[in-house]
Design a binder for this molecule. Sequence first.
Ligand SMILES: [Zn+2]
Length: 506
Amino acid sequence: MPRKSWLLILPIVIVLFVNTTTKNHVCDHEAPISDEERVKLSPDIRDRMVKALEFKTISVEDGMEDIYSNEFVKFWHYIYEQYPRIFSSEDPDVQVDRIEFENGKETIVVIIEGTDRTLKPGLFISHADVVPAIRKEWTHDPFKPFVTEDFVQARGAYDCKSILMAQLEALHALLLNGEKPPRKTYFLFPHDEEVGGFGAQEAAKIFRERYNIQSDGFAFIIDEGMPPIRNGLPGVTKPLLTIGYTAKGYLTVELTVNYAKVGHASIPEKESSITILSDALSRINANPQPNQFGKSIEVEMMEGLVPYLPWTIKPVIANLWLFRPLVALAANFDKQMNAFFRTTSAITIFNAGYKSNVIPIQARAVVNHRIHPGQTISQVLEHLERVIDDDRVLITQEEGALEADKVTPRDSLYGRKIVHSLNRTIKDIIAIPGIFLAACDARWLQDFSDHIFRFYPFVMEKEDLPGIHGREEKLRWQSYEDGINFYLDFFRHMDENDLPPGHTEL
Ligand SMILES: [Zn+2]
């Protein structure tokens, strides 16, 4: 190569190298919490979790018979008995508010006064309801917990009684120890996250009206999200947790074609409602919503992975200033990356025809979108209209659409505190900021805080992942113990200025 070309390339090579080595640095040398600080998983803690899983706190879809109200009543009765320092306390600093609903279910709010009354309060959310489970799909009755030395298997073991119980264990241990969290702390336990979130919506009203909490009134909100998954990515064996700094939005549209020129099935027209709608659907599939890489928190997410990636791709991800277009392309080849980088469109319902020798006038399809935070509902609809480009296809928006959540600042102090406590309590955990692809109750309380985080602190084996909303849902005991200690450590250190120096990067 001529000397001149080298002179041009050399600075680029140096930048690539420097970026790769600096971004390769991991700050995982936090001292773990001491043995005295650590709560051990006693038989009592284990039993309380197992018993909590026996209650059928099931949320059923609209139109199905709901026979479970009494299970919620029994569940909370049981919880009240088990944690008396919280639920039947004489302590004026501990308050319980029960929000009653017509169906007899209750959303519960627990409020603990902090030691420093000048600090903004924090909010933890964990829903008490679970999705249904079909007995014959499980090896054991999903509501008679199957317990081994390593795990408990039952509906709700992970989503989301794990969080609810771990937070109560941690809080109870804290109070029994004569401690209080540094800041006022709210716990919200809604009864219907899985089917509408009316509990959280009502709580939002009560926070405003009864407790005078206004916009940006909570320092932070912590809700359920992604689990830390071991062996989650090729080459990454350590448990990898993507903390949801934002969450995708939701939009369902119905596409209808009414095409009356049907003719007889023996002499068919060239087109029919079915062919017109099929063409529209093919175009939606062939022209996905635009790639949004870099519009939200994808860059931080990818850069957070740098230290754990194989050396073959490390320099690429560490140098997104150069390789951004290349990395964005990953969405075209990998469904996971696709879900992180753009609004997804899933065709979920297709209906047409009723008789084998009759051409139907009407065809109908439903497309479910999960909206990337870089896009709005109207932008998604505009793209859809442009791509379909056929007046005969009627596009109607179904009820319940939601914009994507706003994005928590990447350098949020609370985010760093969360990572700090995770590192102190969960061995080898890797935590990076990212997008939560599903939805949780925090969406109803967005206005109350700029710092919202969505995650589970319980390490999960990759093969356990389908258990969430699926069959054989599991919680590993070691993970449960670690998660209780995470909450306890975070409760102790969630005031504003106590992050040790040198641990400030996420
Ligand atoms: Zn959940």
